[in-house]
Each structure stands twice: as structure tokens, then as C-alpha cells.
Design a binder for this molecule. Structure first.
Ligand SMILES: Nc1nc2c(ncn2[C@@H]2O[C@H](COP(=O)(O)OP(=O)(O)OP(=O)(O)O)[C@@H](O)[C@H]2O)c(=O)[nH]1
Ligand SMILES: [Mg+2]
Length: 324
């Protein structure tokens, strides 16, 4: 499934139904009695955030959406039926913006949240009860851009091949593609992680497997730039470092470079909680690298081996605590 995080849609509220102009007469009435009903209201177009929707892909192919028009009225005071609202489901984290001004209309950050973006037209008025008839209104026509910025609690960042997808696949039920070549992961993937706390309660967090970052990512190199924006909305950033240096790089330099890319990308990323993770601790040389890392940077780093499933319980607990 392709991941699409931007789309443009044209929406239109339903038109109002025609009001009716008619007169009732029978043998015994001296005057005609006006009995034309009112037209129904056109349906609204509503966007709804839905956890089950992962991308804006559908809107890439279906750009035009119109709500149902209101029904026409008839004589004997019969009102036209209201048109049905059109509900469009979008991923949680979708920003709705005015196409021309770029002004934010709504940020749909919670599951189930809705926003009405095009109002249906009012129905026409009939002449019942001696009212002045009025023509129906057209539905509102609007063009908006949808922009997805994923909302996850924990985002994994690191060089390609650091083992991010291996971690996510091991701690959640999401099977993120794992392979020994850079940029295996081409779009963010969300996983749901259960935490068993010490007091026997359970909690959970959502983890985002992000594509690998390379030097120059903040200027658009590799895939990092396009996806760093998704890191902006996570609470915790986990640095995954290939402590084994399996790609022939120095893990200490890797760490410095990723920090630099995050800093350059946005100040916001700097303010987040961070968790340092030394992965591939099963590889020869990893212990020595870690020792150097601790001397130069920080003692506060979690040792794991994702492929060997070592240290992952501790990882879940630490990440879960930081989310809280
Ligand atoms: N020895 C060892 N290899 C690991 C470990 N974790 C991951 N790997 C291997 O490292 C390679 C890359 O793993 P991925 O999980 O695909 O890495 P990634 O960070 O998601 O990479 P991109 O998606 O390309 O950014 C795979 O061949 C994994 O099997 C580990 O703890 N020890
Ligand atoms: Mg990956």
C-alpha cells in the first residue's frame, strides 16, 4: 500500500431542494389555500479522523466529492427530504487547509474528530401558510488540501540499516519490512505497543517506524526530509544507533550526524524527550564502541539486540515511561 501524505480535494455540499408553489381547492372553499411544501436541505460534507485509515491514498484518485441534494417539495405541504451528509474518513493527524491562503481550517488530531468543510444549501421555501416562496440555495463549493502529519507517541530515527524496522516488528504486531540494504522502509509505519507495568496495569503507546535519515536529510537528501515532519508530532524520539558499526561507519559519528540533522530540521525536534538505544550489541566490536560512546556522550543509553530480541522488554518499559 502506497503511503500518500498530501492530497487536494474538491468538495460540494448538496443543493437545497426546490420549494413548491401550489394551491389547494375544493368545492366548499371560497379561496384557494396555498399548500406548497419546503424543499429539503442539502447534505454537508464532513471530514472525520479515523484510526483505521493510514494514508490519504484514496483521495489521490478520488478528488471530487459531493453530498446529496435535498429533495424537492410537493403540494399538500409535503416537505422535501434532507440530503444525506457525506462523511469522508481521513487518517488521524490530517491537517485541513484552505487551498488558496494555506490557512489551517482544522487539525484532526483525535480519533473520531470531525470538521464540516462544505455546507449543504438551504431548501427552497414553498408557499404554504401564505409565505413568500424562496428559491433553494446551492451547496457550498470548496477546495482544500489535506496534509498528513502522523501522530505517534514514539518515533524511531537513525541511519538506514540501524535496525529500526527490526525493533518495531519485534515489539508490535506490525510487520515492517526488514532487509540489509538502505532505505528498506520508504514510508512511516505505525505500530501499537502494549506495556505491562510493574504494578500489573497495562498501558500502550504508538510507535512510528520512520525511513532512515542520512547526512543532508534536512535539505532533502535521501527520504529523511520528507518524513522528518512526521517526527515533529511524536512525544518521544528514539535514536537507534548501529553500535556494531556494521556498515563500516563509526557509531559515534552516526549519532552526531543524526543529532545535527534533527537540529537543522526544526527546533521543535530538539525539545522532545529522547531515548538513546544502542542496537546490534551482539556484533563484535559493539562493546568497545559503546564504551567510547559513553565516555564521549552519555551513560544513559539502552543496550539491545533487536534481531536477537535482547533488551526489548526494557526498551518498551523505558519508552512507555517517557511517553507518560
Ligand atoms: N547483528 C544484528 N543485526 C541486526 C540487528 N538488528 C537489525 N539487524 C539487521 O540489520 C539490517 C537492517 O535492519 P532494518 O530493521 O531493516 O533496518 P532499518 O533501520 O529499518 O533500515 P531502513 O529501513 O533502511 O532505514 C537487517 O539485515 C537486520 O537483520 C541486531 O540487533 N543485530
Ligand atoms: Mg526500515
Amino acid at each position: 500500500m502506497a503511503f500518500v501524505d498530501e492530497a487536494k480535494i474538491y468538495v460540494k455540499g448538496g443543493n437545497g431542494g426546490q420549494g413548491c408553489e401550489s394551491f389547494y381547492r375544493d368545492l366548499y372553499m371560497r379561496h384557494n389555500r396555498p399548500d406548497g411544501g419546503d424543499g429539503g436541505k442539502g447534505g454537508d460534507v464532513i471530514l472525520k479522523a479515523d484510526r483505521a485509515v493510514q494514508t490519504l491514498l484514496d483521495f489521490k484518485f478520488n478528488q471530487h466529492h459531493k453530498a446529496e441534494s435535498g429533495g424537492h417539495a410537493s403540494s399538500k405541504n409535503k416537505t422535501g427530504r434532507n440530503g444525506e451528509d457525506l462523511l469522508l474518513r481521513v487518517p488521524v493527524g490530517t491537517l485541513v487547509k484552505d487551498i488558496e491562503s494555506g490557512v489551517l481550517i482544522k487539525d484532526l488530531v483525535e480519533d473520531g474528530q470531525t470538521v464540516m468543510i462544505a455546507r449543504g444549501g438551504a431548501g427552497g421555501l414553498g408557499n404554504q401558510n401564505h409565505k413568500e416562496p424562496r428559491p433553494p440555495e446551492y451547496g457550498e463549493e470548496v477546495t482544500v488540501t489535506l496534509e498528513l502529519k502522523l501522530i505517534a507517541d514514539v518515533g524511531l530515527v537513525g541511519f538506514p540499516n540501524a535496525g529500526k524496522s527490526t525493533i518495531v516488528s519485534a515489539i508490535s504486531r506490525v510487520k515492517s519490512k526488514i532487509a540489509n540494504y538502505p532505505f528498506t522502509t520508504k514510508s512511516p509505519i505505525l505500530g501499537f505497543v502494549k506495556v505491562e507495568n510493574d504494578d500489573f496495569t497495562e498501558s500502550s503507546f504508538i510507535v512510528a517506524d520512520l525511513p532512515g535519515i542520512i547526512e543532508g536529510a534536512h535539505q532533502g537528501k535521501g527520504l529523511g526530509d520528507k518524513f522528518l515532519k512526521h517526527a515533529e508530532r511524536t512525544k518521544v524520539i528514539v535514536h537507534v544507533i548501529d553500535m556494531g558499526g556494521t556498515e563500516g561507519r563509526d557509531p559515534l559519528e552516526d549519532y552526531a550526524k543524526i543529532c545535527h540533522e534533527l537540529d537543522e530540521y526544526s527546533e521543535l525536534l530538539n525539545t522532545k524527550q529522547r531515548l538513546l538505544v544502542a542496537n546490534k550489541m551482539d556484533v563484535e566490536g559493539a562493546k568497545e564502541n559503546l564504551k567510547r560512546f559513553k565516555e564521549q556522550y552519555s551513560d544513559d543509553i539502552l543496550e539491545i539486540s533487536a534481531s536477537e530480541k535482547q533488551g526489548l522488554d526494557e526498551f518498551i518499559k523505558k519508552a512507555g515511561d517517557l511517553v507518560k
